[in-house]
Ligand binder design. Structure first.
Ligand code: ACO
Length: 332
């Protein structure tokens, strides 16, 4: 039995935050943001809307499209760096409750922007070992909760959203999650970090006064590392599977910055029409970025059952990963 990508779903909050809106908040401008990142817009959750609310709405769609009954889901993995609660309960448990699914393995994972690919890897292992039959994986983020809207170097980059997929089983290789590679290098832990609020620097007045509960990023250093690491990782997974960019139907990278995607796409010789781009619409939604992009391409009628997707991601940790996945949603 192979693990198989049976369905996709996503949810985007209603409230739009444009580059023009950000000009009113920090010392930035539309031209700088577009030129340096490709971002034009992002969506922000309401104050009373939490990560689990976004995740739940994405998950409902993915389950409906999988054709399965909710009771057939036997594991829920939520990738997020913005859980509903600090420490516990996990967002996956909250989502399970919202979905009305009881007695299910449910847990969160933390791999920042790489979270969805990491979750896919765990789902693949669960299914191919026979431990689970249908795993709901979710990438969901309310990044607006950890973004410092006085810091122009980060606040223009991030948005909220969620994407979810049901991973089931298939006997056919051409319906499989063909291969995944995930990795990390903790030596770069300070490139992307929320320095306050954890056990190293627990919540205190000092943490709040110094804005240490918010996301900090060494953008330029991260940029260079991202381009090199992603190019190497994608080359490696293609070579390992005896493939080139021509065998791939869609290259679906993490949507952090158009310039990173463009540089990696050029180095790997992907034609424009094969590169999935949603960064202009949503900004960087961390773990939600790849499933939201898959969902966009599916809903616009471009992504069809049987298409080979090459997923590729990079984020805090530092973590990264790539995956070759046949899209196997039957109604597409
Ligand atoms: N508006 C106007 N000017 C700005 C802004 C802004 N919003 N932000 C920074 N600047 C200024 C800087 O102050 C700097 O000015 P200076 O030259 O006078 O000092 C100048 O613009 C250039 O700044 P850089 O940081 O060098 O700009 P760069 O071209 O590197 O772009 C960016 C910054 C967009 C953050 C880019 O480095 C990037 O995308 N990095 C990678 C992000 C990434 O991939 N993260 C991983 C995933 S995220 C996750 O895991 C949660």
């Amino acid at each position: 039995m192979y693990a198989s990508f049976k369905s996709i779903g996503a949810y985007v909050p209603q409230k739009r935050l444009t580059n023009k809106d950000l000009e009113e908040i920090v010392d930035t401008n539309d031209e700088w943001i577009k030129q340096r990142t490709g971002i034009e817009n992002r969506f922000i959750a309401d104050e009373d809307e939490s990560t689990s609310d976004l995740a739940y709405k994405a998950a409902e769609k993915a389950i409906a499209r999988s054709g399965l009954a909710k009771e057939e889901i036997d594991a829920i993995i939520c990738a997020t760096i913005t859980p509903d609660f600090f420490c516990m309960p996990s967002t996956a448990c909250v989502v399970a409750d919202k979905l009305g699914i009881k007695y299910v393995t449910a847990f969160d994972i933390s791999a920042a922007c790489s979270g969805f690919v990491y979750a896919l890897n765990i789902a693949k292992a669960f299914i191919e070992s026979g431990l689970k039959k249908n795993v709901l994986i979710i990438g969901a983020e309310k990044l607006s909760a950890i973004v410092d809207y006085t810091d122009r170097t980060t606040c223009v980059l991030f948005g909220d959203g969620a994407g979810a997929a049901v991973i089931g089983a298939s006997e056919l290789l051409e319906e499989s999650v063909l291969d995944i590679h995930t990795s990390s290098d903790g030596a770069y832990q300070d490139f992307l970090i929320t320095p306050g609020g954890g056990s190293q620097n627990p919540c205190s007045q000092k943490v709040i006064d110094e804005h240490l509960q918010f996301l900090k990023m060494k953008g330029n250093e991260t940029f260079k590392l991202a381009v090199n690491t992603l190019t190497k990782d994608v080359t490696r997974i293609l070579q390992k599977n005896d493939m080139t960019s021509t065998d791939v139907d869609y290259f679906i990278p993490h949507q952090a910055n158009f310039r990173i995607i463009d540089a990696v796409g050029r180095k790997l010789k992907f034609p424009q029409e094969k590169i999935v781009l949603t960064v202009a619409k949503y900004g960087n939604t961390s773990a939600a970025s790849i499933p939201m992009a898959i969902n966009d391409w599916y809903e616009s009628g471009k992504l069809k059952q049987g298409d080979l997707m090459l997923l590729d991601t990079f984020g805090g940790g530092l973590t990264w990963g790539s995956a070759l996945v046949y899209f196997n949603q039957k109604d597409s």
